[in-house]
Design a protein around this ligand. Structure first.
Ligand code: HEC
Length: 169
């Protein structure tokens, strides 16, 4: 595998406007074996129901549209988002994770893939993860059900709504 040696002089760490590395390419190389970069709402919903039913999902990690929305929910500013992602992929841990506890339980903590990546690659992929998605957490099937709040474990709300149709008049 060829490694591109980049000499970036005098560039501040978070100055990300003219990266020499393409974020999507970085994703393909390092992330796509586990994270899907695209998924339909229907599929996302299906996977969520599987996880809820205690079944093993057909994927290895939460899809990126969901990951991006989730991290933005906690870190709306691009700078904070990028800082979090760059750090998380290098030193992931259950304590730091912003994923739903359910996701962590199903998938386990992700491996520290960032340890074999250059700073430029990490920044590029974090930028791409921010820019490429604009779906809000609240608009995703998993975010809709009031699970946006972390550690909201006691959700014993069962709604039994029976719709009785009274005909005949
Ligand atoms: C070997 C599989 C694997 C690879 C490769 C991988 N991830 Fe992950 N990733 C996971 C799993 C599993 C989770 C869910 C558990 C967690 O949050 O640690 C996750 C979660 C995440 C999260 C959410 C962290 C949170 O707050 O919970 C981010 C951000 C992320 N991955 C980014 C990346 C990026 C960027 C790459 C590529 C550079 C990548 N991942 C490569 C498996 C992987």
């Amino acid at each position: 595998m060829k490694k591109l040696k980049l000499l970036i002089l005098g560039t501040s760490f978070f100055a990300t406007t003219c990266l020499a590395v393409d974020g999507f390419e970085v994703h393909k190389k390092y992330c796509s074996s586990c994270h899907l970069s695209e998924i339909t709402m229907e599929k996302l919903q299906k996977i969520e129901s599987m996880v809820k039913a205690g079944k093993k999902p057909p994927i290895k990690a939460p899809p990126f549209p969901e990951v991006s929305a989730r991290i933005k929910y906690f870190y709306p500013s691009k700078e904070d988002f990028i800082k979090f992602v760059v750090d998380y992929i290098t030193n992931p841990s259950a304590e730091k994770a912003k994923c739903l506890p359910m996701a962590l339980q199903k998938f386990g903590v992700m491996p520290p893939i960032g340890k074999v990546m250059t700073d430029e690659e990490k920044l590029a992929v974090a930028n791409w993860l921010y820019d490429n998605y604009n779906t809000k957490w609240e608009d995703l099937p998993v975010g809709k059900k009031g699970q946006g709040q972390c550690k909201h474990k006691h959700n014993h709300e069962h709604m039994h709504k029976h719709m009785h149709e009274h005909r005949g008049e």
